[in-house]
Design a protein around this ligand. Structure first.
Ligand code: IDP
Ligand code: MG
Length: 139
């Protein structure tokens, strides 16, 4: 059965009008968009989404940034969606990201790194449910 993952086009990328460019790369990789919407998270919603990082030194700055402007959230589907999208994104630190990845090309720094992708099928399920109900996801 096809796998799903949660993607976020983060505020730095939306601000620079990169949504279409990033969605183009997602589609070109063969990932199917099953849900898509704009969100402007408040601080509490950003903290809830990134709760796994609540003890990290960058948590306050990260959640300020993620609530600083609109983002696009999407459910992507493919055979191997989690790993396929992580590969397309590139490493968290843009300077470590491979050539041709979204973060290599567009990330501003380690925090404002343009995109989010779930890191496991279990986290993908939690993250998809954080933003979408079943009626918003097409088959
Ligand atoms: P990931 O997005 O590649 O899965 P995570 O380690 O899960 O990376 O971190 C979540 C997000 O937190 C990153 O995408 C980035 O925006 C931010 N972040 C991670 N490490 C740092 C850091 O050392 N300083 C500032 N922000 C960070
Ligand atoms: Mg992560």
């Amino acid at each position: 059965m096809a796998q799903q993952t949660l993607a976020i086009i983060k505020p730095d990328a939306i601000e620079r009008n990169l949504m279409g460019e990033i969605l183009k790369r997602i589609e070109a990789t063969g990932l199917r968009v099953r849900a898509l919407k704009m969100v402007h998270m408040d601080k509490e919603q950003a903290k809830g989404f990134y709760a796994v990082h609540s003890d990290k030194p960058f948590f306050d700055s990260l959640t300020d940034y993620m609530s600083s402007g609109p983002a696009a959230v999407a459910v992507l589907e493919a055979e191997n969606a989690v790993d396929a999208y992580r590969s397309l994104m590139g490493a968290t630190k843009p300077e470590e990201a491979e050539v041709g990845t979204i973060r290599k090309e567009f990330a501003l720094d380690i925090e404002k790194n343009s995109v989010h992708g779930s890191d496991s099928p279990e986290n993908a399920e939690r993250e998809i449910n954080y933003f979408f109900n079943q009626l918003e996801i097409v088959n």
